[in-house]
Ligand binder design. Structure first.
Ligand code: SAM
Length: 239
């Protein structure tokens, strides 16, 4: 059943123009078509009552708690070749609460303000599509593209830097994940293709970040983000 993020007013569903077009012209909905509506984190069953004018009415409230109890915030460096889009798509499916895209010393990609805006619009579309497909109850937030110092001041209850230069035998991720409680937020920073410089790692440590190892192998940046999101979801779903 198709799902739409919409606003409900007096039992009436108000879709965005894009979603109206999708429902009427792509899905070719008819009177009687049932759809799911998410409004402010609540899930409803709704019925298309008429098409012109379009009228959609709520039939019942459903409950499907698909959100994780703790909030994963994925801080990721922009990547070349669109690999950062994989971070957004898979991170959303795996339950990420928010994304903090950034550029750091060794980030290969460089964008002017217009390109940044365009990339953020593309990111937004990706997380909305993935939230719909994975039946999320909320759409992850995406911050503006930050520089490294601004990322280090991004607030969270737990803040980690995935540091590839830790010796491989200090696999502390499971232990760190077990410390994160329901309702808390955890920011994980994943570096770019060239990794974090020792200076950036030192700045993060001074800012109160803890280092985590993701195991003995060096993962590609997008793999590292997906590994963190998978591990976080696995730990959260099993608490
Ligand atoms: N400096 C790396 C190298 O030697 O090839 C390249 C960086 S890696 C492609 C991109 C990012 O993924 C790193 O900055 C780090 O955040 C994360 N990462 C990859 N493997 C990791 C590991 N085994 N432990 C911790 N972080 C890792």
């Amino acid at each position: 059943m198709e799902r739409f993020f919409a606003k409900i007013r007096d039992h009436q569903v108000c879709l965005s123009p894009m979603d109206e077009h999708h429902l009427v012209n792509v899905m070719r909905a008819k009177a009687g078509t049932m759809i799911e509506i998410v409004d402010a984190g609540d899930l409803y069953l709704a019925e298309v009552v008429s098409l012109s004018p379009l009228r959609i009415e709520i039939r019942q409230e459903l409950s499907r708690p698909t959100e994780l109890n703790a909030h994963l915030i994925l801080g990721f460096s922009l990547l070349k070749g669109g690999h950062d889009e994989l971070v957004l798509m898979k991170g959303t499916e795996l339950g990420a609460f928010a994304f903090v895209p950034f550029l750091s010393e060794r980030s290969i990609i460089r964008l002017d303000s217009k390109e940044r805006e365009k990339r953020l619009q593309r990111f937004q579309k990706i997380v909305e599509g993935a939230a719909n497909q994975s039946k999320r109850m909320s759409i992850p937030k995406i911050t503006p593209i930050l520089d490294y110092p601004s990322v280090l001041s991004y607030p969270a209850d737990h803040r980690y830097l995935a540091y590839e230069n830790l010796s491989g035998d200090v696999f502390n991720l499971p232990n760190e994940l077990s410390n994160i409680k329901a309702g808390e937020s955890a920011l994980f920073l994943i570096g770019p293709e060239g990794g974090f410089s020792p200076k950036e790692a030192a700045l993060a440590e001074d800012a109160g970040f803890s280092f985590v190892s993701l195991g003995k192998r060096i993962l590609r940046a997008e793999t590292a983000s997906i590994f963190v999101a998978s591990s976080f979801a696995f730990a959260e779903e099993n608490k």
